[in-house]
Design a binder for this molecule. Structure first.
Ligand code: HT7
Ligand code: ZN
Length: 884
């Protein structure tokens, strides 16, 4: 395996300007003919033409119609005698879609053909310069059996379709936009489409189509609505129109990720596309909306302007996540619903990216090297990348950011560019701004791995009426990066009186106060900011809206946190206060080893949140949900997953008991009477009712009372939508109630054959909190269930990943059986689908911080995987980094 380094980037020796592809589609053996117009790149030294190709059977190579000598070395086809003048290269090869279980390249799923080319899948279809800076215009001619594959799709516009002999038919597609090979797609199968014609603001007519298997059509309405909303939003917010006459979306059950933004032909995992109230939860509806939007937004950020090389991946992914997050917030409408979106995004960042940034795989947003690029589709590139884009917006303002985006497209439309090009465009559009004057330092966010720690301490001088806020930052060492420089950290803040009133903010040297909220920019290791005319000792509300992806230590007391929880005008920091209050108590118990006992102050604060007359249900649910175990683990130098779990369970049970009457009232008060809609108001009410029900069932199960379990079972049976049904089922399962078993059996019988719902059934059991080793045993037993298969990534994720990633107490066992199971499954998956195997391998990223006996057992399990001789590059890179 070769290590690829960012600093070694060289422009390609040749450009491929056009490609004509012909496919004779057969599952066992598909014939591919590729005719390319090629030019030498005179800007680089003269050299041979080297094309990428993997798992292909080469049949012929012609240059300008004549045979030419070539050789194959590893995964390269090398032609020494390529002409200096422009030439035509014709290649014919075959590939075997039905044998392709990696789901990269051309493969079959449910009897249809699909492609997945990002990042390097095109080379598994035909020989090519499979790198994103080679952009070509594609014409695609598809031929296949008409009865089996009545729908034939590729990127761009349909030019022609018709009949052939022997029951076959054809379709010819042309995409006028030059694109890198990773955006190529084809689909052939027995599919049906929901169609909608729209006219955009620009006055252009477009055809939108969502293709799915027969029988799934009624589950595509939400995706279609989400697509239309995305088109409208991008035109309104960023003035970015839909540039294609036809925009197609296709669902497939076997898919490695959520979806793929192929130009004009997005391909979606059905889990990110199909929804009906009876089969999908509110969370599913929300996820579908944001993934449909994400893929659509890539049409500009990724497709029209793409990445020069894969080290620049965050150029498109960080920016597009930022855009989909902004879209979701704008769709949420009310300030409170916007805050709920932000809280959910930050929770996700802390649960997935913070651990990544402090583990064996820590890497910068723009990595410096990789062995397998598929391993770098990470929370850092996506979610921290999005936070970096958000900081640009915070530093230059919303209008300044929009001006920067405009300049970015003016400069780079149709090009393959770098993160530096993006930074320069935003800076150049905002001369003199807080960003532009610190651009070089700001760009450390791309090059330094690790989550910065920000310490804030304030001191009040009553006589001088000044408040001095001292901010200090440091970024921990990460693999290969021992020393870090200070980052540019925008700190949005407000100051409150102890009674909760917002204080005017005037910095020393300023003539007057400038409102009650502002952004300080920390760009040194330590800086002090002096506020003047401060009437009383304030409570600082720092990092409002999570204005930078850092760990904040503000040293606030419980009393100060309670002030913020009650009064902060920033809903994010109100929620943050609720989490900090819980975290402090859980950490104290874990550190001391003493049993956790919740104090009256905390319980009363939570009661006040639950009973609050004005707070939204969605906010209450988030504030009353305890911090996740992964986030708690992040705060500790030595992690005992069982101790963390025990403390969280104790806190949950005490909250369930102490607030029992309040939970019952909340449950009754938040029933949704209106017809189902997955909007923020209804879904917030359902979320709070489901949390209340889980607490009530937990309390009742512990005290031997059967009323609430009985009510939960009844609700499970009668529920009119999946959110309520699954909520009731989860409440029974999580509490290990007796009725859990019959409910699980009934759920399976009810949804037999609906693969996405059966995934939920597996996932729920995989995540069931441990009780006497039963959850772990249940997972092992479910591996033998007739519905279980490792071949389908959604199914593998639903059971195995649920256990290994989201069920720490069942996974981290003293007898090491969880780790043995992990090693077995990584190896079994690796033989089928290396991308999925390496995702599972990453579960052990933070093994070095585990307490004994977990640490030694984990090391042994990783070493067992690493000892396998024929591991994929994907898994090898992960386990070798873990052991380094
Ligand atoms: N850009 C897409 C990435 C993706 C992908 C990457 C590797 C292997 C399979 C994949 N499927 C999709 C998805 C996105 O970020 O929108
Ligand atoms: Zn993306």
């Amino acid at each position: 395996a070769t290590l690829i380094r960012r600093e070694d980037y060289l422009a390609p020796a040749f450009w491929i300007r056009t490609v004509d592809l012909t496919f004779d589609l057969e599952p066992a053996k598909t014939l591919v003919t590729s005719k390319m117009q090629i030019e030498r790149n005179s800007a680089v030294p003269h050299g041979p033409l080297r094309l990428h190709g993997e798992e292909l059977n080469l049949l012929r190579v012609l240059i300008n119609g004549d045979s030419v000598s070539f050789r194959q070395e590893g995964h390269e086809l090398i032609i020494e005698g390529a002409p200096d003048a422009d030439f035509t290269l014709e290649i014919r090869n075959s590939c075997a879609p039905e044998k392709n279980t990696s789901l990269s390249g051309l493969y079959t799923s449910g009897g249809s053909f699909f492609t997945q080319c990002e990042a390097e899948g095109f080379r598994r279809i035909t020989y090519f310069l499979d790198r994103p800076d080679v952009m070509a215009v594609y014409s695609v001619h598809l031929r296949a059996d008409k009865a089996k594959y009545p729908v034939l799709l590729s990127n761009g516009n349909l030019l022609e379709a018709g009949e052939l002999d022997n029951g076959r038919h054809f379709a010819k597609w042309h995409d006028p936009f030059p694109k890198p090979s990773y955006l190529f797609a084809l689909v052939a199968g027995d599919l049906v489409a929901r169609e909608q014609r729209i006219r955009t603001r620009a006055g252009k007519d477009h055809l939108l189509q969502v293709f799915v298997r027969r029988g799934d059509l009624e589950k595509t309405e939400h995706a279609m609505n989400s697509l239309i909303a995305s088109i409208v939003w991008d035109e309104a917010r960023f003035k970015l129109p839909l540039d294609l006459e036809r925009f197609m979306v296709v669902g497939v059950s076997d898919f490695n990720m959520g979806a793929m933004e192929n130009k004009g032909l997005n391909i979606f995992n059905t889990s990110a596309l199909l929804a009906s109230p009876a089969t999908a939860t509110d969370a599913d509806f929300h996820r579908i909306e944001s993934i449909v939007a994400h893929e659509y937004f890539h049409n500009w950020t990724g497709n029209r302007v793409t990445c020069r090389d894969w080290f620049q991946l965050s150029l498109k992914e960080g920016l597009t996540v930022f855009r989909d997050q902004e879209f979701s917030m704008d769709m949420a409408a009310t300030p409170s619903a916007r805050a709920v979106c932000r809280i959910q995004d930050v929770r996700q960042l802390r649960a997935m990216q913070f651990p990544e940034d402090s583990g064996a795989m820590a890497h910068p947003v723009r990595p410096d090297s990789y062995v397998e690029i598929n391993n770098f589709y990470t929370a850092t590139v996506y979610d921290k990348g999005s936070e970096v884009v958000r900081m640009y917006q915070t530093l230059v303002g919303r209008a300044g950011f929009e001006a920067g985006m405009k300049l970015y497209f003016e400069r780079h439309d149709g090009q393959a560019v770098t993160c530096d090009d993006f930074a320069q465009a935003i800076a150049d559009a905002n001369p003199g701004s807080a960003l532009t004057t610190r651009l070089d330092a700001f760009k450390r966010w791309y090059s330094q791995a690790g989550t910065p720690h920000l310490q804030a301490r304030g001191s009040y001088d009553a006589e001088a009426r000044t408040y001095t806020l001292t901010l200090k930052q440091s970024t921990p060492a990460t693999p290969g990066q021992a020393d870090k420089l200070p980052q540019v950290i925008p700190v949005a803040l407000g100051l409150l009186t102890h009674e909760g009133q917002a204080l005017p903010l005037q910095l020393q040297g300023e003539a007057a106060a400038a409102g009650t909220e502002r952004v300080l920019v920390l760009d040194q290791a330590e800086q002090s900011f002096v506020f003047v005319e401060v009437a009383s000792a304030p409570v600082p509300s720092l990092l409002r809206g999570f204005s930078a992806p850092v760990v904040l230590d503000d040293g606030l007391s419980d009393a100060e946190l309670l002030t913020l929880l009650k009064h902060d005008s920033d809903a994010f920091n109100r929620w943050e206060a609720s989490q900090r209050l819980a975290l402090n108590r859980i950490l104290a118990a874990v550190r001391s080893g003493a049993p956790l006992v919740l104090d009256a102050a905390y319980i009363e604060a939570m009661r006040a949140v639950l009973r609050h007359a004005e707070l939204d249900a969605a906010f209450k649910e988030l504030a009353l949900t305890l911090p996740g175990e992964a986030y708690i683990a992040e705060q500790l130098d030595v992690v005992d997953p069982q101790a963390i779990h025990a403390a969280v369970e104790a806190a949950r049970l005490q909250l369930a008991q102490a607030l029992a009457t309040d939970w019952a009232e909340a449950y009754e008060a938040h029933q949704v009477k209106a017809g189902y809609a997955p909007d923020p108001v209804q879904s917030g009410r359902r979320a709070l009712a489901n949390l209340a029900l889980a607490m009530l069932v937990l309390n009742a199960t512990q005290s031997g009372d059967s009323v609430w379990p009985g009510r939960a079972y009844q609700r499970f049976k009668d529920a009119g939508n999946m959110t309520d049904r699954l909520g009731a089922l989860s409440a029974l399962v999580a509490a290990h109630a007796e009725l859990a078993e019959p409910a699980l059996a009934r759920f399976h019988a009810l949804f037999k054959g609906d693969e996405l719902v059966i995934d939920k059934w597996f996932a729920l059991q995989g995540r069931t909190p441990e009780l006497d080793g039963k959850s772990f045993a249940r997972v092992k037993q479910l591996m033998q269930h007739p519905d279980f298969t490792l071949k389908n990534p959604n199914r593998a994720r639903s059971l195995i990943f649920s256990l290994c990633m989201f069920n720490p107490a069942a996974f981290h066992r003293k007898d090491a059986a969880g780790y043995v199971f992990w090693a077995e499954q990584v190896l079994a998956l690796d033989a089928i689908n290396p991308q999925i195997a390496s995702r599972l391998a990453r579960v052990m990223d933070r093994w070095t911080v585990l307490a004994e006996p977990y640490r030694s057992a984990a090391r042994e399990a990783i070493a067992r995987v690493a000892a396998k001789a024929d591991l994929s590059n994907d898994v090898r890179e992960i386990v070798e980094r873990a052991l380094a």
